[in-house]
Design a binder for this molecule. Sequence first.
Ligand SMILES: [Zn+2]
Length: 54
Amino acid sequence: MSTGRHFCIWFDDGDGVEVVCGCGARAVLVVDEETGEQVLVTLAEEPLALAATA
Ligand SMILES: [Zn+2]
């Protein structure tokens, strides 16, 4: 019991589209048009601050 690995457990937000995890992560269910499979796509919460400098 040493890992801090976290598996997101998605549950319906009430919206029907977005799902959320207890850790605050969010995702949306997207249907792949080719395969018809539902794919869970996680949404990045963090802004892309690392790409600010050049
Ligand atoms: Zn999570």
